[in-house]
Design a protein around this ligand. Structure first.
Ligand code: CUA
Length: 178
């Protein structure tokens, strides 16, 4: 019974069971493996995303995106006339997040590398390309740059996965890969 003191006063001071020691060993080994995997994936992983980030004001970023859209726009889409932009392979390409859209729509070439710039001009948003496993937090005031090579053609959806207000669920964008 718990209210009586244990018969052996040093009840905790017993030799460790073999199986228990084995499990402690396995858990420790696994912890070490997971620890080593973090830097390993950072160096050798195929989906290292944001390796560069620069401070930029939302206004300055908007200006860069507008200049990019102006230069490479090929058509407009939908009721709101969101521009579809087709930059040449290897170009610096831009997308911005704001309440509540991803702007503009990009049309890229499969197998070609681009320098992808990404920022928010208002709140914190989450950039996620569906159906791939790409996921980034997009902060206002920071311009992230990452090298991107589309490996599959098709139409990819960009969704916001960071709750950003009443229109969060409508914050959708698009990337075409041809
Ligand atoms: Cu933007 Cu949620």
């Amino acid at each position: 019974m718990a209210i009586t003191p244990p018969a052996n006063r040093l009840w905790w001071n017993e030799p460790v069971e073999r199986t228990e020691a084995l499990w402690i060993g396995i858990a420790l080994l696994w912890a070490v493996i997971m620890f080593v995997m973090m830097p390993y994936w950072h160096i050798y992983g195929q989906q290292n995303l944001s390796t560069e980030a620069y401070k930029i004001s939302p206004d300055a970023y908007t200006e860069k995106v507008e200049a990019f859209v102006e230069k490479y726009k090929i058509r407009e889409e939908g009721d709101t006339g969101i521009p579809v932009v087709k930059p040449p392979a290897g170009a610096d390409i831009y997308m911005l997040g704001r309440l509540w859209e991803w702007y503009p729509i990009l049309e890229l070439e499969k197998g070609k590398q681009y320098r992808f710039h990404l920022s928010s001009v208002d709140w914190l948003h989450g950039f996620s390309i569906q159906p791939t496993n790409i996921n980034l937090q997009v902060h206002p005031g920071y311009e992230m740059v990452l090298n991107m090579t589309p490996t599959e053609s098709g139409e990819f959806g960009v969704v916001c996965n960071e709750f950003c207000g009443i229109g969060h669920h409508t914050m959708l964008g698009k990337i075409y890969v041809k």
